[in-house]
Design a protein around this ligand. Structure first.
Ligand code: ZN
Length: 240
């Protein structure tokens, strides 16, 4: 069994398709989605259809939440807000119902998935450092938990104290806990424009980060053609 753990697609269809093709080529057998399927790029409906079609475990992201409700936006920057208002018009009622009903936290096999943090998953806080990770670890009852939200791949490891390391190839060791950010498929913010996701191989207790080339120019053109802010297209190439 090999699981593709992916999230923060943000309506970037080109990145999602490239990531799925890579997963297939890598012999992935199962999929797990960490949320933020929509928001920012030009294909929210298509991305929802594809992820829903995988029939895999999915948790809700803050953009999924905002796009699927009718209330005013809270805590979103102007760029994200403009994209959400546009996204709401692109999604069918069925898409919105599905997004609205996603769970915040799930256990899949022997690991946990959440979009933002385990300590306050509905508040959409960000895990940027050891202290943030420590708070989340308090609520982590499995050895391994995958999360997204910051769009930057990283592994936090609790072994007495909490430390963090860049994520490339990670082999899990008994007695330690792991809080692993798999990066973002559709809008990486770690300075690398390539779509990011992870493959988890339980039999080897191993997590591998993958970075995938995709047709970024088409994704950018569609953002501009949709009338979405130019900055949302530009940032894809910068990886931030
Ligand atoms: Zn996101």
């Amino acid at each position: 069994m090999r699981l593709a753990i992916f999230g923060d697609i943000h309506a970037n269809l080109e990145a999602l398709n490239a990531m799925l093709a890579d997963a297939q080529a890598q012999g992935v057998t199962d999929y797990v989605c960490l949320g933020d399927i929509v928001g920012y790029a030009a294909n929210p409906h298509e991305c929802v259809e594809i992820v829903r079609g995988l029939g895999c475990p999915v948790v809700k992201g803050n953009h999924d939440e905002q796009a699927s409700i009718t209330e005013d936006l809270a805590g979103f920057n102007p760029l994200a807000e403009e994209a959400i208002n546009w996204t709401r018009k692109q999604l069918s009622d069925e898409d919105k119902d599905w997004l609205r009903n996603l769970k915040m936290v799930r256990q899949v096999r022997d690991f946990t998935i959440v979009h933002a943090t385990l300590d306050t998953p509905t508040k959409w806080g960000y895990v940027f450092n050891q202290l943030d990770a420590e708070a989340s670890f308090t609520y982590q009852h499995t050895q391994l938990c995958f999360y997204g939200h910051t769009h930057a791949p990283r592994a936090y490891i609790r072994d007495g104290s909490v430390r963090s390391q860049a994520l490339d190839k990670l082999v899990l060791e008994p007695g330690k806990k792991y809080f692993v950010n798999v990066g973002s498929v559709g809008q990486p913010r770690d300075g690398d424009w390539h779509a990011a996701y992870c493959i988890y191989t339980p039999a080897e207790q191993r997590v591998d980060l993958r970075r995938i080339e995709y047709d970024i120019w088409s994704a950018q053109d569609k953002i501009v053609a949709a009338g979405l802010p130019q900055r949302l297209a530009d940032r894809l190439a910068l990886g931030k």
